[in-house]
Design a binder for this molecule. Structure first.
Ligand code: HXC
Length: 258
């Protein structure tokens, strides 16, 4: 598979996708989003891959939706082409865990894309913002919803209404990112984390991911009930039998992803 706006690499059980439009700070145009969708489809279909890393360049994860592209569109254009809905949301629908490795700018749609991922690791130079208000538009790829769930109402309101950026330390403090990593180590650290996750039972990892995501879709008692059902399901997998047996027999488990 060849792409023009991203680079797809396989590192054993990890798929690494690097956004690659250096001339435009990785601004997200239709071609890039179509290619990202195709790359994620391919990685999801590949049984040798257990987790995915999405990265940009040192300078930019992505500077948002491509403004030059959007400038040509009126309301009926975005309505008819189902802008965002058509080709932006694949990352949020991945069954396999997706880790965003964010260095440099994650602006607008770039920040929203990172927030569609399951874990965000940030380099020290990461800068998150939803500056759409400066263009007289608003976040349209989930930013008002996901940022609010991640950091709470007051901070989300401030960022969305004023466009104020958040740097890595603040992003870690308020829970938008899981941790900060030195820039030089970021992608390797994300691949190492992804590889660890990918080494566990893939169906059980998928169940765990579903349960965490359920927390954003349901009330507590419904979410806990969902979790309980999923935990019961793990008792039906060969990997869970193996995991428990390996502990008791004091040996490493051999998961077969069933
Ligand atoms: C298209 C972009 C771009 C973008 C940068 N470029 N961001 N092109 N869309 N989002 C292009 C510039 O036009 C320029 O192209 C080249 O990248 C270099 O950018 P400069 O501005 O010259 O560089 P610099 O001064 O270093 O500033 C970098 C920057 C700034 C901070 C990233 O470009 C910027 O603020 N960009 C816009 C960020 C933004 O507002 N994002 C949110 C978009 S709206 P040329 O051809 O001149 O070299 C969105 C969601 C909308 O994401 C959803 C609506 C439903």
């Amino acid at each position: 598979m060849t792409f023009e706006t991203l680079i797809l690499e396989k590192h054993d059980n990890v798929g690494l996708v690097r956004l690659n439009r250096p001339e435009a700070y990785n601004a997200l145009n239709d071609q890039l989003m179509d290619e990202l969708t195709a790359a994620l489809d391919a990685l999801e279909a590949d049984d040798s891959i257990g987790a995915i890393v999405l990265a940009g360049s040192d300078k930019a994860f992505a500077a948002g939706a491509d403004i030059k592209m959007m400038r040509e569109w009126g309301m009926m254009d975005v309505f008819k082409r189902q802008f965002i809905t058509a080709n932006w949301e694949r990352a949020s629908r991945c069954r396999k865990p997706v880790i965003a490795a964010v260095s440099g700018l994650a602006l607008g749609g770039g920040c929203e894309l990172a927030m569609m991922c399951d874990i965000i690791l940030a380099a020290e130079n990461a800068r998150f913002a939803l500056p759409e208000i400066t263009l007289a538009t608003i976040p349209g790829a989930g930013g008002t919803q996901r940022l609010t769930r991640a950091v709470g109402k007051s901070k989300a309101m401030e960022m969305i209404l004023s466009g104020r950026p958040m740097f890595a330390e603040e992003a870690e403090r308020c829970g938008l990112v899981s941790r900060i990593v030195p820039l030089a180590d970021l992608v390797q650290e994300a691949v190492t984390l992804a590889s660890r996750v990918a080494g566990f039972s893939q169906p059980v990892v998928a169940l765990a991911k579903e349960c965490v995501n359920r927390a954003f879709e349901s009330g507590l008692s419904e979410g806990v009930l969902y979790e309980r059902r999923m935990a019961y399901i793990t008792f039906g997998t060969e990997d869970q039998s193996e995991g428990l047996a390996a502990f008791v027999e004091k040996r490493p488990p051999q998961f077969i992803h069933r």
